[in-house]
Design a protein around this ligand. Structure first.
Ligand code: NAD
Length: 293
């Protein structure tokens, strides 16, 4: 397969390398010179531009910061440059309606398109253990599956176009709310004289059990690999959680959903990211809770 990989940032570059390792002919591009230099340094060949890369590709994968970059690139010549029938795999985290708009644009230009956002972070991208949440027709899902399997471990077909992004925002809303309340529980426990280990031992084996507690435990000690043990170095940075909750809020408003916890989580993480939390792991919200911010 000839694959154009556009957006060679924290996630995109290791994903492109895993496709190369699986034997695909990958040609990359990034608008940032530093990203292009990093790609050349690890042996990912580059095109002169995104449209050049797409010209004779079978598949075009985009891994951009946000939806506006995807729409701009699609409108700005990417769709026009590709051969009819090219499969566009959009893996950035973008709004559900943006994914559906990108899909409609690709179809109108005679192409195929799926949304395939990921979770698993940079470590998952490097180790090819990402989870992909896919919105696609059955045929397009089947066509993309071998490529996604070269970059990830768990590939879930969530439904038609846009529903991969829908799954991603819903999952991250659960994660955000649970990370906040796990932090609140530890701070409340501290004030009641309860040790971290005692609360952990109880909740991790009872109905309070969740990923935010047993993998991303926000206090140092009970889970030695959690970011709390390294001064909240990410992990999953507060800025990315704030971004994803912004997309969840957009979806909540568009569907008039009574999601009060999701709304509150968006407010809390927007403030966290605007303060000291943008570059810290999102479990660091516990320090804001402790400080009463
Ligand atoms: P990043 O900013 O490191 O990389 C994005 C790259 O896209 C940048 O290098 C940028 O220059 C490039 N780019 C932007 N417009 C372009 C264009 N028109 N043509 C070519 N390149 C272009 O971001 P990242 O951390 O790699 O994240 C990428 C996406 O994955 C985001 O949507 C993010 O929300 C999502 N995501 C990130 C993580 C994570 O842990 N970093 C985890 C899950 C999902």
């Amino acid at each position: 397969m000839k694959i154009a990989f556009l957006g060679l940032g924290h996630m995109g570059l290791p994903m492109a390398r895993n496709l190369q390792a699986a034997g695909h002919d990958v040609i990359g591009f990034d608008v940032m010179p530093a990203a292009r230099e990093a790609a050349v340094a690890v042996g990912v060949p580059l095109a002169e531009s995104g449209t050049d890369a797409a010209t004779d590709a079978d598949v075009v994968i985009t891994m951009f910061p946000a939806g506006k970059h995807v729409i701009e690139a699609y409108e700005g010549g990417l769709l026009a440059a590709a051969r009819p029938g090219t499969l566009f795999i959009e893996s950035s985290t973008i709004a559900v309606d943006e994914a559906q708009a990108a899909h409609a644009m690709a179809i109108a230009a005679g192409h195929r398109n799926i949304d395939a956002p990921v979770s698993g972070g940079v470590v998952g991208a490097e180790n090819a253990t990402l989870a992909f949440m896919v919105g696609a027709s059955d045929d397009d899902f089947a066509a993309a599956l071998p490529l996604l399997e070269a970059m990830g471990k768990r590939i879930v077909h969530c439904g038609g176009p846009g529903l991969g992004q829908a799954a991603k925002v819903c999952n991250n809303m659960i994660l955000a709310v649970s990370q906040i309340v796990v932090g609140e529980a530890f701070v409340l426990g501290e004030r009641l004289g309860l040790s971290h280990d005692a609360l952990y031992d109880v909740a991790a084996n009872a109905s309070g059990q969740c990923w935010a507690l047993t993998t991303n435990c926000p206090v140092p000690g009970p889970v030695p690999t959690s970011p709390a043990n390294r001064d909240y170095q990410p992990g999953f940075a507060g800025a990315l959680m704030a971004k994803d909750l912004g997309l969840a809020l957009q979806a909540i408003d568009q569907t008039s959903t009574d999601a009060r916890m999701g709304r509150l989580a968006q407010e809390i993480y927007a403030a966290f990211a605007a303060g000291s939390g943008g570059g810290r792991d999102f479990s660091g919200i516990i320090t804001d809770i402790r400080d009463g911010q």
